[in-house]
Design a protein around this ligand. Structure first.
Ligand code: MG
Length: 402
């Protein structure tokens, strides 16, 4: 089998309600859906995080994968691994790394389809048919026009309960770094008190919004609420190390350690307890499997980061988590906030879990009508990143925010 063609389609999918985070607002998600075509008629599906620059990188990087046998997914991963964040290549490195993630994902989909094997069985062997996911609770706006009460601690804690009831989640992650830390501590208290024993693990993620000092004070105040981990309380490896010295709440990251070259630094600085691997910006499934071994070596915990994936990348994450025992914390997912998908049978939560698809490869199929619809939405709007908040025109995300 040979790779003979590629399609890269940018899509935009709106959120039900815009999600707030420390650096701005996310009204939706922009992704590129990759279809790898082969001389045998099989089509492999991939997805990555970005818009037209990423789609261009998928096409420009054809010399790395055109004409190759997709069964050599490892060779393709190795070729894309030359793009490193600390190299001199800047933006090109990141786009090509993200492109490689989608292309490698599509190769594994082809490997599975060609051999009649599920990706998880190719990635170490599926050990469980269902994967635990944490409810992802955000301060939100009702819409980009109306704020509503969607960011009130009382409302947000009720919404956390609603997510637990509707989808069966046992774990909750509160996206923090949006309100004054005192109000966010109040939100945590409300969630813990109202959920009671139904809530197992509670994690918070201020996305680097707090200074080292604010992080230490806030984590001390959060201590009574049995926090599973705090993700990126403050900026940078050094800052994380300083906070970690003064808290026993475990620290996690998907921000200060996003590539292999940063791992020696975080280990020496004793800056981290848990790494949340992102399938796109770590570079694809092979990179996350390698990351799992590195985490095991250094006794770091591991989970999987969500950056608003659609069904193709979600399938890849579910296969990975089902096959890789190092991924021992419930994984993240934005799916309940997203208004649509590009696959024919969108994932549904059962008792807070996602099932590993039963078909070969990633086990999901592209819904071409939905792909066209969300591609039109993408084309209708100019690209907007999430590092802004139009509702607060004079506000800027300077660090530290608190
Ligand atoms: Mg995070």
């Amino acid at each position: 089998m040979k790779i003979t063609g590629v399609r890269a389609t940018p899509v935009y999918v709106p959120m039900h309600h815009p999600l707030r985070w420390s650096f701005g607002v996310e009204p939706g998600l922009t992704r590129v859906i990759v279809e790898l075509l082969t001389d045998e008629g099989l089509v492999g599906l991939g997805e990555s995080n970005g818009g037209r620059d990423l789609a261009a990188a998928v096409l420009e990087s054809q010399p790395l994968y055109f004409g190759l046998d997709p069964l050599e997914a490892g060779r393709i991963a190795k070729r894309f691994a030359i793009y490193r964040l600390t190299s001199e290549q800047g933006a090109r490195a990141l786009q090509f790394k993200m492109a490689g993630a989608a292309i490698e994902m599509a190769c594994w989909d082809l490997v599975g389809k060609s051999l009649g094997k599920r990706c998880g069985d190719l990635w170490g062997g599926i050990e469980k048919e269902e994967v635990e996911v944490a409810a992802y609770v955000f301060y939100r706006y009702e819409s980009m026009a109306e704020e509503g009460n969607y960011s009130d601690p009382a409302y947000v804690s009720e919404y956390a309960l609603e997510l637990m009831e509707v989808h069966g989640f046992r774990d909750v992650k509160l996206k923090a770094g949006v309100l004054d830390p005192i109000q966010e501590i109040d939100t945590v208290r409300r969630i813990r008190e109202s959920a009671g024993s139904r809530l197992r693990n509670l994690r918070v993620d201020p996305n680097q919004a707090w200074s080292v000092e604010t992080s230490i004070r806030t984590l001390r105040r959060l201590d009574p609420y049995d926090i599973e981990f705090c993700e990126d309380p403050t900026w940078g490896i050094e800052g994380m190390g300083l906070v970690r010295r003064d808290t026993h709440i475990p620290l996690a990251t998907n921000m200060c350690c996003v590539s292999f070259e940063q791992i020696p630094l975080v280990v020496r600085a004793r800056a981290l307890d848990i790494i949340l691997g992102d399938i796109h910006f770590w570079g694809g499934p092979t990179a996350l499997l390698q990351l799992a071994k590195v985490c095991e070596t250094f006794n770091l915990g591991m989970s999987l980061h969500s950056d608003r994936e659609l069904g193709i990348s979600t399938a890849a994450l579910v296969h990975l988590a089902a096959a890789q025992p190092m991924i021992s914390h419930a994984i993240d997912s934005h799916l309940p906030e997203q208004s649509g998908d590009v696959i024919t049978q969108p994932f549904k939560f059962r008792q807070g879990k996602l099932s590993v698809p039963s078909g070969p490869g990633l086990g999901v199929e592209l819904d071409r009508d939905h792909l066209d619809h969300y591609n039109r939405l993408y084309l209708e709007r100019s690209e907007r990143d999430e590092f802004q908040d139009e509702k607060r025109s004079s506000w800027r995300a300077y660090l530290p925010l608190w």
